[in-house]
Design a protein around this ligand. Structure first.
Ligand code: AMP
Length: 181
């Protein structure tokens, strides 16, 4: 890594009240358009997993794709897409999870990974952990082992890492911790 953690944090724009009142949105578009910051983010993730014999990196749509695909290339791993419903063309498996109001679903191709595969789940940001918990459950449903759930940003007061660990047994890795909820 070349930049300091605080310098990388400075590349991430904060937008108040998006997409709704009271949410402080952490916008990674300004981070990934900064070539050194983007490189340092991928380097950070690579260092966490380079010795872990990763078969697949599973990115959660859509910002998880931005970090997952370059990480997969670096690790000589395959890249798997976890998507919102009705986007994947072949047979899928699904997992639903609770939102503040209602539920949401994510899907993966039924043949995306082989049983026993070692998988890293990636998204840009960990908030409550609902999305990543569902993604870990999806990998397990397909017979995979989840090495870790990894994020560029973690909003630590929301305790998403604890939720993922207690509900799935999966460890969390995150690069930039924010004291925001
Ligand atoms: P959660 O399931 O609560 O952990 O929410 C994580 C998902 O919602 C990720 O895909 C994030 O990209 C998105 N998200 C949640 N909160 C924020 C936020 N404050 N800023 C940017 N993205 C967010």
């Amino acid at each position: 890594m070349n930049m300091l953690i605080d310098e990388i944090k400075d590349t991430i724009r904060q937008v108040p009240n998006f997409p709704k009142e009271g949410i402080q949105f952490l916008d990674i578009t300004t981070g990934v358009k900064h070539p050194q910051a983007f490189k340092d983010m991928i380097d950070y993730l690579y260092e966490q997993f380079k010795d872990k014999h990763i078969d697949y990196v599973a990115g959660i749509e859509s910002r998880g794709f931005v970090f997952g695909a370059p990480l997969a290339l670096r690790l000589n791993a395959g890249f798997v897409m976890i998507r919102k419903p009705n986007k994947l063309p072949a047979e899928t498996i699904s997992e639903s999870y609770e939102l503040e109001y209602g539920t949401d679903t994510i899907q993966m191709h039924a043949d995306a990974i082989e049983k026993g595969s070692n998988v890293v789940v990636i998204d840009d940001l960990l908030a409550t952990g609902g999305t990543a918990t569902a993604a870990c459950n999806l990998i397990k449903k397909a017979g995979g082992k989840v090495e870790a759930a990894a994020f560029i940003i973690e909003l630590t007061p929301l305790r998403g890492a604890e939720k993922i660990k207690s509900q799935t047994g999966v460890n969390v890795v995150s690069m930039l911790k924010y004291d925001l909820d």
